[in-house]
Design a protein around this ligand. Sequence first.
Ligand SMILES: Nc1ncnc2c1ncn2[C@@H]1O[C@H](COP(=O)(O)OP(=O)(O)O)[C@@H](O)[C@H]1O
Ligand SMILES: [Mg+2]
Length: 247
Amino acid sequence: MSLLAVQHLTMAWGERVIQRDLNFDVHPGEVFVVMGASGSGKSSLMRHLLGLQAPKAGQVLLNNTDLYACTPDELARLTRSFGVMFQSGALWSSMTVGENLLLPLQLFTHWPQRRMRELARFKLALVGLDDCFDAMPAELSGGMKKRVAIARALMLDPSLLLLDEPASGLDPINARRLDELLLNLREHLGTTIVLITHSVDSIFAVADRALFLDDQRHTMTALGAPRDLLAHGPTRVQLFLKRTLTP
Ligand SMILES: Nc1ncnc2c1ncn2[C@@H]1O[C@H](COP(=O)(O)OP(=O)(O)O)[C@@H](O)[C@H]1O
Ligand SMILES: [Mg+2]
């Protein structure tokens, strides 16, 4: 069974093809990593998975519904169950951390204020920022802002969480905490996670399977468990996995 199915997907900016003929499934409850060099098309792929950028060819199916063949209402309904953190991870700078977190709830629920605030504090505690509810984003370090953006992505208890390089700019300790948080979400809430990351440590720590987008061949050249890819994958994938592996 697959939650997301990508079939013969070709992505392009104008006439320039970034990746062609991508085929993979994301299974419910798995941590699925997308890896590849900078510019290989990882963030573009995330936009395609979110219904935000139409394929040049091929399909993206969520629970068997084609995201690009359904009505706008249906697309909104389908993607409402997604938690998303974009690469920029931007917070609204004029709102407090708490207000940033409350926003998705105010948009999509009719819960009482008190319940919303409790939930926001709970999500902040999950990312280790219990004390930051009333802080302004400008008062936070880059790593803390990232964690707030992750907490915001978790507000609606998404069944599918998509994170674009959430660990970039985090120190090693917080990067490891983030890995643990992702594994906890999967274990306790059954969250399916699509994670774009450069961190080989993180790939080996959390990925059930990893997809490699090759920026020279402009297609996927590997999909599998990281350890299998390290041992038996194509040379470029093995090099990618060895290059940044910390001893
Ligand atoms: N808004 C855009 N307009 C045109 N080309 C873009 C745009 N965004 C990304 N690209 C191009 O698409 C390719 C893939 O980019 P991206 O998906 O951001 O890669 P990655 O996330 O792997 O670094 C790059 O060559 C980039 O220059
Ligand atoms: Mg990117």
